[in-house]
Design a protein around this ligand. Sequence first.
Ligand code: PLP
Length: 458
Amino acid sequence: MDSISSQDRQALADHYRAQGTAMPQSMDAFWMPFTANRQFKAAPRMLASASGMYYRSVDGREILDATAGLWCCNAGHGRPRIVEAMKKQIETLDFAPNFSMSSPLPFVLAERLAELAPGNLKHVFYANSGSEAVDSALKIALAYQRARGEGQRTRLIGREKGYHGVGFGGISVGGMPNNRKWFGPLLPGVDHLRHTLDIGRNAFSKGLPTHGLELAEDLERLVALHDASTIAAVIIEPISGSAGVVLPPEGYLKRIREICTKHGIVLIFDEVITGFGRVGKAFGAQRFGVVPDMITAAKGLTNGCVPMGAVLVSDDIHEAFEQGPAGAIDLFHGYTYSGHPLACAAAIATLDTYAEENLFERAIQLGDYWEQGIHSLAGLPNVIDVRNYGLIGAIEFAPRPGAPGARAFDAFSHAFNHGNLLTRVTGDVMALSPPLILEKAHIDTIFQTLADTLRATA
Ligand code: PLP
């Protein structure tokens, strides 16, 4: 795409000025999350507007979005139906409490989500982010075990390299050392499965790796160690995203399901990134043919337009909370903004957009082309692995001696500044997750740009 015209640039500058948000005078006050603040502020990468597959940077360049923002804008940017629904909603009902009060949209959305969900996950608890959805799911699992008379089941099992957001629950079950080590002892009684990344045996696998099914037996090891009677829940991402796209070996998720069922352990799939079409179905659970007891979702739920998270809960778990007197509160948990009307309106319009444009099918329709594209990078300097599934991709680099993460960061920064391409890095992995509206021509551009970038930054 061409660079922005001077007329458009003027319009953008006017737009931001009108809101009192022209370029900031200083960047000191905003403490940016998960960012090397001093490095960023010395050479900022700033976005000003977005439409379809593209961002526009403040210096007027069209930037192809290969990450759907941050794994969230699955229908692309600025989708009119969502924008209109949000405008109407904020004018009609800006806020309504959901503690012993409510309004129509949370119910409408919950029905829609229950229709999309696998198996008997027919109940929806709302949060405002993936992190809150995760902490809600962990609390529901503990309370469920207690409600059914198994209150001694307090142990939570996560997995190495897992990312479940940044609440104390999420970082406790998560398995990314930097997200844990700064923050004290975390939740007690948590243990972790081994992760499934095995570059030695599975490098450059196309789709799911074939080696590693035996890693699911690690759950039996933890059951033997702690005794099933102490374990409340296992939480895993069907595909770990933030740790650098770690795929489940073939058959692994099914085996985890079997072991959880055998031992009465609640299985939670954290689908904050695998939900809403990223792998070719509404949820990864359906693509992998494995039904967990709860699913956590966020991001693509509102197409990233407004914060929202949700926990989809099975009939069985929900039922356990419905045994007391009808006048008793069933779950002592919730957020002021659980089921916020603006978020519900955005989510309903987002689900409509996904359905109208059959966007959940795109990751299957384009999966082979995407796979060929990303694997064309194998053999380029420093590339030690390429991984893909659905419309997810990862390129892993050999770390630069003494400077872990620097090589991937340089590629990311070069792709943005010189290739007009937005990617994402975590450690020495570049991760890709484009909006599902992308076309083959975008795939060509993404991988051509990355090939040029990897040569230029070698
Ligand atoms: N769970 C998973 C699997 C995620 O990938 C993320 C975010 O990337 C989260 C939870 C946390 O979501 P949020 O940043 O909305 O709190």
